[in-house]
Design a protein around this ligand. Sequence first.
Ligand SMILES: Nc1ncnc2c1ncn2[C@@H]1O[C@H](COP(=O)(O)OP(=O)(O)OP(=O)(O)O)[C@@H](O)[C@H]1O
Ligand SMILES: [Mg+2]
Length: 383
Amino acid sequence: MGDSRGVIEFDGVTKVYPGATAPSVDRLTMRIEAGEICALVGPSGSGKTTAMRMVNRLIEPTSGTIRIDGVDTRSIDVETLRRSIGYVIQQVGLFPHRSVLDNVGTVPRLLGWDESRIAARSRELLDLVGLDPSKFGMRYPAQLSGGQRQRVGVARALAADPPVMLMDEPFGAIDPLVREQIQDEFLRMQQDVRKTIIIVTHDLDEAMRMGDKVAVLQEGGVLAQLATPEQLLAAPANDFVQRFVGGDAALRRLALAKVHDLPLIPLDVAHAQGFGVMVDQQAQPVQWANGTPVRARIAIDATLRTALGELIATGESFAPVIDGMGRPVGIVTTALLHGWLDRPVAQSIDQHAAAGVDWHGPAQHGYAPPMQAQPMRFGSSRG
Ligand SMILES: Nc1ncnc2c1ncn2[C@@H]1O[C@H](COP(=O)(O)OP(=O)(O)OP(=O)(O)O)[C@@H](O)[C@H]1O
Ligand SMILES: [Mg+2]
């Protein structure tokens, strides 16, 4: 049977900061099983850090209850509570004037362990996080790389063998390649130590990789979904989660391309289709052929992401693309943006070059810019 220590329960937990008009965490109810990693994700300001810090009472809930192994954390002496919870923050917070070994031994020392036991434990933990104690033990934090410091931070958080670990963007400062390596090492370590871990991250990939569960918070500190990574992708609970998990990759891709990369609908074609754009005396687009005002104008050198944002913000499904003088040079449509995302993309640069993929060649791929005969608006019942 597994160790059942470290079950964390949020039961209707709300935090309203003094002077705030709205909660930062709103009636959060969720249960994290012993030995599980729960990744807490959500937009900036959605209450991730607040939710996490209420577990070790660095922040006191306004209402609701947090229990660890069934015990209300308010009934536990706060110092005792904190020593039973490992805490890793992004800036690591190592003591600069203490050696690596002394840093790792901080909590055991506070707990009054004898020195030989502290030393043995600290060396064991450095080994566990992949740092050779004889090589790194006597160094000072400034003599380590960012990734090495992060490992020392993890070792320190594990020192007193707490059942629960809280990690706030622990790998955020580490460059992407090293980050993946440290994530993998951390997961390997977790197989041995089986802590109950809450990890806050901005990085959805990290959440998907690390989390047994992923908790998605939305604005106002409302839990939108608690699910396995697979469930989250396959069955997002609401539009917010759908956008959060699904929209991100697409948007990242759109940010890499410019409007002039699209096969814009030429103005004469648009005119022939009945949705030509009318210009004023300065040659600026002002209205459509049917008299509807032009609401969005998109710069030819804008990113596709910006273009999409413009279309969404104005509720349009197409817009004139303008040059540096503000003159229309073509029409961009949401369908063109979809076409961009749907176009064949090779898996790597080498294959791309070898396959000679050219999206602009409609003959090769049967792609033709979609045409629309009538101006349409998002969410409009007008067909
Ligand atoms: N000490 C505080 N006093 C008042 N409001 C606060 C305080 N700390 C955080 N907030 C507010 O509570 C909300 C949630 O903040 P929190 O730090 O928990 O967000 P977060 O999800 O961790 O964001 P980020 O991803 O940017 O770190 C925000 O609107 C923030 O401005
Ligand atoms: Mg935060």
